[in-house]
Design a binder for this molecule. Structure first.
Ligand SMILES: [Fe+2]
Ligand SMILES: [Fe+2]
Length: 203
């Protein structure tokens, strides 16, 4: 089922699609978090991921309660948005060796997940309310509160720069060229000409 097929005919269908989407997403996030915990070396970040893994298990449980109230079987619907966000996170992790850079990358990847969840829970709350199913709203609101709190903690971590050394690690090429430009005019003019020729030839 997808947004561009005609399976979604009413707001109720849209709501069910959104719920199944999010149920799928929370389950995928639950599977992805252990890998992120393993990669995180920053103590606070690691602890934050561990806490959010436990919260995510609780969130899945709350969504199951929603299905129960709807007298429907808990069912996930493959969501390409969360698949893409998680795949990008995995790709990023495989590209980074430096631990400090990894922590910074993990914060950004995790925030992309939280922002996704925040928008989806916001929509489900609005739709459930419109459909007169206010009995479902407390479960969504409880999950949303945890996503928002996690996002705020990640923002704080990003602001204090999990990695103050990250900037210094990829600078070697820039200072070299700056140093060459700033060298006194009297210093080895012949050499300078030669290297300029070489540079032209290389180009
Ligand atoms: Fe979640
Ligand atoms: Fe989350």
């Amino acid at each position: 089922m997808g947004f561009f097929t005609k399976d979604i005919k009413s707001l109720n269908d849209l709501f069910m699609h959104g719920l199944q989407d999010l149920y799928y997403a929370e389950n995928q996030i639950m599977k992805a978090l252990p890998g992120m915990i393993e990669k995180a070396t920053d103590v606070q970040l690691r602890a934050g991921f561990e806490k959010h893994l436990a919260e995510t298990e609780g969130q899945v449980h709350r969504l199951r309660e929603v299905f129960e109230l709807l007298e429907a079987e808990p069912k996930g619907d493959k969501c390409p948005a969360i698949d893409g966000i998680l795949r990008e996170g995995r790709d990023l992790m495989s590209e980074i060796d430096d631990e400090d850079v990894m922590n910074v990358g993990l914060v950004a990847a995790a925030q992309a997940v939280e922002h996704y969840e925040i928008t989806r829970y916001g929509a489900l709350i609005a739709w459930a309310t419109e459909l007169g199913r206010t009995d479902l709203v407390p479960m969504f609101k409880a999950n949303l509160a945890e996503e928002k709190a996690t996002d705020q903690k990640l923002t704080q971590m990003a602001e204090r720069r999990v990695n103050p050394r990250a900037e210094k690690t990829d600078k070697p090429s820039k200072p070299k060229s700056t140093a060459r430009r700033k060298a006194p005019k009297t210093a080895a003019p012949v050499k300078a000409k030669r290297s300029a020729k070489k540079a032209r030839r290389r180009a």
